[in-house]
Design a protein. Sequence first.
Length: 324
Amino acid sequence: MGKYLDPRADLTFKKVFGQHKHLVISLLNALLPLKDDERVESIEYWPADQIPERTEAEKYSIVDVCCKDNKQREFIVEMQMTWTESFKKRVLLNASKAYVAQTNKGMKYKNLQPVYALNFVNAAFMKDVDDYYHYYHLVHDKYTDKVIDGLHLIFVELPKFKPQTINERKMQVLWLRFLTEIDENTREAPAELLENTEVNEALEILERAAFTDAEMRAYDKFWDRVSTMRTLESDWEDKIKEAKDKLNEMKAKAEEAKAKAEEAEAKVEEAEAKAEEAEAKAEEAKAKLKQDKLDAALRMKVKGYPVEDIAEIIGLTAQEIEGL
């Protein structure tokens, strides 16, 4: 049994970053794309009634800490245990709600402050890129230095984080190592984490011995629900894959049937063309035979053969012979 609990769980994440202002300030300054003169100096946590509502499923897959700083900028920090594409839209919706909510307090448009949504994702969702840090904001399509300061969405794919292959700021590396290297199996934290005052304090908060029996039951329940959700998602993924495979199989059979139908249609057209050609040749042969008879009858008529004899020999009518 390790010395610590996993910081990504609802209980532990909120104990570290939802109850210790200086630690969430350190996390925000380390992970957000802030200039030196934009660094967070102090924060206040949102009242409980301002926290975005969660569905029953999201309560066990999304962990959040919400706060604002002395400049009235708002921050939504989330740990997403599972991933679907709809999460991006949900993050955008909640950030937009927080931005719009400022007007309910009588704030003028020119005084609206930006909203930052920092999302740690415990899954790799951008399979086609190697980067783990993704920053979205409103920027001019051509002149990228022209920015509308309003919504800032940051997604961090934790499974992709590899400290030995990157050159981020020191505190960014330490906090990401804290979130990715510490779990129930950790008997001794890495020296680099213990040497940093803020991260070391976070580690002390995570020590298993500091949690009550009731908290441990809640902690275990969280992971049980996450495990159940992952199993259900895996089952759904299998079912979706099976359905897609069947659909592709049906499409392939339909294409094959279509190809066979087109081939059969082509053969019918070929047969009809041959029949027409044969009919034309038959008509041509018939016409030639008739002309040959007429030519022979004419020669016999010229030589003085009686019309009756010519008709009987050649096979023409008396009228046809007399008309020659």
